[in-house]
Design a protein around this ligand. Structure first.
Ligand code: ZN
Ligand code: ZN
Length: 78
């Protein structure tokens, strides 16, 4: 009996949940870790952070897409 490791738990969009909607998350914000649905996911091409969460510490030296929630995208403006 190990209900915590069945892999059957589906993450829901946090932003939708706050609006009393239930939408499956399609991405996870790389900053705060909340699940977001297609509608609420913002994709940005940003520099790799050396040793940055959630990647292990290593130099990659290129841009790659990252998924952000709306709140973190707003905080991410350069
Ligand atoms: Zn949503
Ligand atoms: Zn976020």
């Amino acid at each position: 009996m190990d209900a915590y490791h069945t892999g059957a738990i589906t993450m829901k969009c946090y932003i939708c949940a706050k609006k009393a909607r239930t939408t499956d998350a399609v991405a996870i914000c790389i900053v705060c870790g909340m699940g977001t649905c297609m509608e609420h996911t913002i994709r940005r091409d940003v520099d790799i952070w050396e040793g940055g969460y959630p990647f292990p510490a290593q130099k990659i030296g290129k841009k790659m897409p990252r998924m952000l929630c709306q709140e973190c995208n707003a905080a991410f403006r350069e």
